[in-house]
Design a protein around this ligand. Structure first.
Ligand code: SAM
Length: 281
């Protein structure tokens, strides 16, 4: 059956979130539409969620809800690690995670390693509220493959945040045990890894696959959950591994003015519904 748009000149952005489900956002303007060396990159204006960046058809950030995701990606680890001084962000070329990481005064240095320079450029051109921390003197922005970076890395980090695209093509290795082992080697004794691990409704195999792979490498592995409206199903998971510390424990203050994260949210995020516990075995 064909469903006709109400107005002929309406433009819609559709993300195919599973083979049988799409999210649609009405858009009013296309601001950038290019093929980078690695992926199709689209920046559009939408009335509902503000500007949105889309890579290979998948929404990465929207101005309206990005805080839900970036605050969880950053503060779950940075408020649990006793003294996070040096942080590595894998992917995250939009700058949102970097912005949140650098809200912590304890952080002395933060690396952002994204394979695609065009994502970084688009963030600087269209998303100043996300990319604002890229010029912070504590930030080091490196356009390169993070798999290669971590393989060759001789530095040590307190926290590694894997803010990647879905596990396909050049991002697939970022969800696998050999990569986690290289991260483990690069982490100090109190070190944390945090990974975006998708939705248990649209991509249950990614949630369980990443969780199992983390468990092969890290002594303590926990899953946290949160809301993220424009990601598939809006129900998101974060996989966290440490060398012994309990990531559900809060050890440090949150930055002032967070809009999603709080210490109560931190503790609650690790309380999993029974269906998800069962899924993790
Ligand atoms: N959390 C967002 C999501 O799930 O939609 C991801 C946001 S961020 C824009 C994802 C970034 O990961 C992209 O800019 C992409 O270029 C980067 N990326 C994917 N694979 C990578 C790799 N192997 N090394 C470095 N960056 C990578």
């Amino acid at each position: 059956m064909e469903v006709r748009p109400k107005r002929l000149n309406e433009m819609w952005l559709f993300e195919e979130q599973t083979h049988n489900m799409k999210l649609g956002l009405r858009m009013t303007q296309v601001l950038r539409n290019i093929k980078s060396q690695y992926q199709d990159l689209l920046v559009v204006e939408t009335p509902e969620y503000g500007k949105a960046m889309v890579l290979d058809g998948a929404i990465q950030v929207t101005e309206r809800d990005e805080f839900c995701y970036h605050e969880m990606m950053s503060h779950l680890a940075l408020c649990s690690h006793p003294n996070p001084e040096k942080v590595l962000i894998v992917g995250g070329g939009d700058g949102g995670t970097l912005r949140e990481v650098l809200r912590h005064d304890a952080v002395k240095e933060a690396y952002l390693v994204d394979i695609d320079e065009e994502v970084i450029r688009a963030a600087r051109d269209f998303f100043p509220t996300l990319s604002c921390a890229m010029d912070d003197p504590r930030a080091r922005v490196l356009p390169m493959d993070a798999l290669k970076f971590i393989e060759d890395n001789k530095e040590t980090f307190d926290v590694v945040i894997v803010d990647s695209t879905d596990p396909v093509e050049f991002a697939a290795g970022l969800f696998e045990a050999p990569f986690y082992a290289n991260v483990h080697r690069s982490l100090r004794e109190d070190g944390f890894i945090v990974c975006q691990t998708e939705s248990p409704f649209s991509d249950p195999h990614v949630v369980t696959g990443a969780y199992e792979a983390l468990k092969q490498v890290f002594k303590v592995v926990k899953l946290a959950v949160g809301f993220m409206p424009t990601y598939p199903t809006g129900f998101w998971t974060y996989g966290i591994g440490t060398k012994g510390l309990d990531p559900a424990e809060v050890r440090r203050p949150a930055p002032e003015g967070t809009r999603y994260y709080s210490h109560d949210i931190h503790r609650a995020a690790f309380v999993l519904p029974p269906f998800l516990k069962a899924m993790l075995g």
